[in-house]
Design a protein around this ligand. Structure first.
Ligand code: G6P
Length: 371
């Protein structure tokens, strides 16, 4: 086992460090001359022009990758996308037609809830695409086509490198759809692919900030609850940050959309309450930065301890944050690939400080093969 960990203290630490390769390997061979090529799609490719609705199904971490896929596909390919938890999907009597594409996301490709949802979709006449990290897995075999994420084997129960690889695969697929449907100009596709290809090197930079986060996690190891806020693509990142902390450190953690704060969750804020805030870039075209900074001010005034994950050089956040974890500049949709990493490291380090087994958290299984 020690040899398999390649000198790392845990598979989790190793897999977090492997995220630059996970993304790079998922992109490799699929970007040619500034365009996406996906021979993986096989016969499904011919049907993509007529798809008028996409339903993404997944569980756990993969479902948060799915939420990010929705933002990207809707923005780039202008197709309505819905994200459903696999185990809820078939019980909602979903509307499925032959022009519905059901995209399942699963690291293992064996999650029973997701497999049953895929079977239901096939039965109902949908086209199916699987995004999967395990060659030859059942969900991949059942689907019309599969885009494999090449994150390499993920051993730690809680997912890390598979998540960033899933986002990369979904973004490739979104840009592919935009090419097919001509909703983006070739230069726009090329620009987005340039952003995506720059992510592995930026991930390397983010990984270098881990020592600071370790100290932070140590100081916070007796926290009873931690909140996570994000907006737009920062929202799924907040949800994933909270899930990682629950899974690894057994701390009550919740992720919120920052705009929802005033509609309830702000009542939870009391002096000393730690709140991670995923801050949008000040260059964000939706101008959400100012709104999130104002959220930070509101909770700070009520005593919250603010841990901001913000773009490097974001001076507007500094006066209001107790701690700023900088991430490199990236286009709006691409920030989640970077912002999630400090949150993964935080959960791992906090669990380690509590003496917990980060690879095998209690009560969890890597692949849940029961419904
Ligand atoms: C389990 C794991 C999670 C994972 C989820 C979905 O609950 O503990 O880490 O996100 O299954 O797994 P999948 O293999 O379908 O991506």
């Amino acid at each position: 086992k020690a040899a398999e960990k390649g000198g790392w203290s845990s598979f989790m630490a190793k897999e977090i460090s492997e995220q630059p390769e996970a993304v790079a390997n998922t992109l490799r061979t699929r970007i040619v001359d500034g365009a996406v090529v996906l021979p993986d799609l096989g016969d499904l490719a011919a049907h993509l022009g007529e798809v008028d609705r996409i339903i993404i199904i997944a569980c756990g971490t993969a479902s948060y990758a799915g939420m990010l896929g929705k933002y990207a596909i809707e923005k780039w390919a202008r197709i309505p996308v819905e994200v459903q938890l696999s185990h809820e999907f078939r019980y909602s009597d979903p509307i499925i037609t032959p022009t519905t594409l059901v995209v399942s996301i699963s690291q293992s490709g064996e999650t029973m809830d997701t497999l049953m949802a895929v079977k239901y979709a096939i039965e109902a006449g949908a086209k199916t695409l699987s995004i999967c990290n395990t060659q030859g897995a059942t969900i991949a075999r059942e689907s019309d086509a599969v885009i494999y994420t090449h994150a390499g084997p993920e051993v730690a129960v809680a997912s890390t490198k598979a998540f960033v690889a899933q986002i990369a695969a979904l973004y490739l697929f979104g840009l592919y759809l935009a090419q097919v449907r001509e909703t983006l100009m070739p230069a726009e596709v090329r620009g987005a692919l340039k952003e995506l290809s720059a992510i592995p090197a930026k991930l390397e930079k983010v990984l270098k900030t881990s020592t600071r986060i370790r100290d932070l996690a140590k100081w916070m190891s007796d926290s009873r609850a931690v909140l996570f806020l994000g907006r737009h693509v920062g929202y799924p990142v907040a949800l994933e940050g909270a899930l990682k902390l629950k899974e690894l450190a057994y701390i009550h953690a919740e992720g919120f959309a920052a705009g929802e704060l005033k509609h309830g969750p702000i009542a939870l804020i009391e002096p000393g309450q730690p709140v991670f805030v995923v801050v949008p870039s000040p260059r964000d075209p939706n101008s959400l930065h100012a709104k999130v900074v104002s959220n930070i001010q509101e909770i700070r005034a009520r005593g919250a301890r603010i841990l901001a994950v913000a773009e490097q050089g974001d001076a507007a956040v500094l006066p209001f944050a107790d701690e700023v974890i900088p991430i490199p500049l990236a286009g709006a949709l691409f920030e989640p690939l970077l912002a999630v990493v400090p949150l993964q490291i935080f959960a791992m380090e906090l669990a380690t400080a509590k003496g917990l087994d980060v690879d095998q958290p209690r009560n969890l299984a890597k692949s849940v093969t029961v419904e």
